[in-house]
Design a binder for this molecule. Structure first.
Ligand code: HEC
Ligand code: HEC
Length: 304
């Protein structure tokens, strides 16, 4: 009996040791993957300085892409994780103030971060939604960068990102493609699909990408429901003609985004659905989005 217990002890001890060793290895593998982005093809863009481009850039930053949602209203940066999963992660200060990236970024650095998900120091960016921003056209990205280089500087030095255990394993190994988006991008062809501005379905599809609509309404736009206790984005409803929008006219859609009030009299929650921001989109932009949504197959709710 004693002998058996001793052997069970040895086996259990061995298993615990193996689990610890595995955790340590995964920790370092994860850290290395997160801190050292692979070489990816990049496509730097020309950055204009004229007033029209500046105005376009401001509209993209503040209305269409709402960078401030994560980087702070003044773009001075915002902390995301402070100790959770052993990590410290913040959305960078994008301005030229103390600790801001605009002070040191080249035009190529901006492009690499926004369309490819690689930070100024060569780390793989987490959370930053580059799977949507990869679609930014060269012209729009140039305007966006022009505006970012000119925003009022904010002094806010948030230091450097620190990923610790278990974030290293969750974000760097098993959940790498959930926390980062570098792998899903066709790096050599970013921005290849850039339709001309107009009230067309193609332009609507483009806008919906750079406005992150799919983040909350699902990639196929049929809506998201989270399982009990599951963490995730706000649960956006079905936007295809299979949902409420199937019965809405163009005027209904425009009025909903402009006022937050749906045709059946509900007020959309502005904390979850950023309609006050999107309400500043132009008529052409909203018409384009509606045209694209109408062109989609009528999918059942949450059929992602
Ligand atoms: C959903 C939240 C979110 C949105 C929206 C967002 N970002 Fe980010 N962004 C982040 C986070 C978080 C990081 C830092 C990631 C890290 O350190 O791993 C980041 C990093 C960056 C970086 C890299 C800075 C560096 O330190 O190298 C740039 C540049 C950037 N974002 C620009 C933008 C721009 C421009 C927009 C709007 C077009 C935008 N971001 C929208 C979350 C977001
Ligand atoms: C951050 C998450 C998020 C983003 C980004 C987002 N939505 Fe929403 N959206 C929601 C949520 C959540 C609701 C439901 C709000 C409620 O019922 O109060 C919603 C509701 C809507 C509705 C009303 C649908 C209905 O059946 O009542 C429309 C239309 C809509 N969104 C369009 C868009 C479009 C177009 C975009 C991109 C330009 C977009 N949303 C981006 C989260 C989001």
């Amino acid at each position: 009996m004693k002998g058996i217990l001793k052997w069970i002890g040895i086996v259990l001890g061995g298993l615990v040791g193996l689990a610890l060793l595995t955790a340590v290895i995964l920790h370092f593998v994860g850290l290395s993957r997160l801190n050292n982005a692979p070489e990816v093809a990049t496509k730097p863009v020309a950055v204009p300085t004229d007033a029209a481009a500046m105005a376009r850039g401001e509209h993209l930053v503040n209305v269409v892409s709402s960078c401030g949602m994560c980087h702070g209203d003044n773009l001075g940066g915002q902390v995301f994780f402070d100790g959770e999963v052993g990590s410290y992660v913040f959305a960078a200060n994008l301005t030229a103030g103390a600790g801001g990236v605009a002070a040191t970024f080249s035009d190529a650095d901006w492009e690499r971060a926004i369309r490819h998900g690689v930070g100024g120091d060569g780390r793989v960016l987490v959370i930053m939604p580059v799977h949507f921003y990869q679609h930014y056209s060269d012209a729009d990205l140039g305007a966006l960068i022009a505006y970012l280089k000119a925003v009022p500087p904010v002094d806010n030095d948030l230091g450097v990102r620190r990923v610790g255990f278990p974030g290293s394993v969750l974000g760097g190994t098993i959940g790498f493609d959930d926390f980062t988006h570098i792998n899903g991008i066709d790096h050599a062809n970013v921005g290849a699909n850039s339709p001309t501005e107009g009230a067309t379905a193609e332009y609507g599809a483009y806008l919906m990408n750079i406005a992150l609509c799919g983040e909350c309404h699902a990639a196929n736009l049929a809506g998201i429901t989270l399982a009990e206790g599951e963490e995730g984005p706000p649960e956006g409803p079905n936007l295809t003609p299979g949902g409420d929008l199937g019965g809405w006219t163009e005027a209904d859609f425009m009025a909903t985004i402009r006022t937050g009030q749906t045709p059946d009299g509900r007020l959309l929650n502005a904390e979850m659905m950023p309609w006050p921001t999107f309400s500043q989109m132009s008529d052409t932009e909203l018409q384009a989005i509606r045209a694209y949504l109408q062109s989609l197959p009528a999918l059942p709710d949450n059929s992602q």
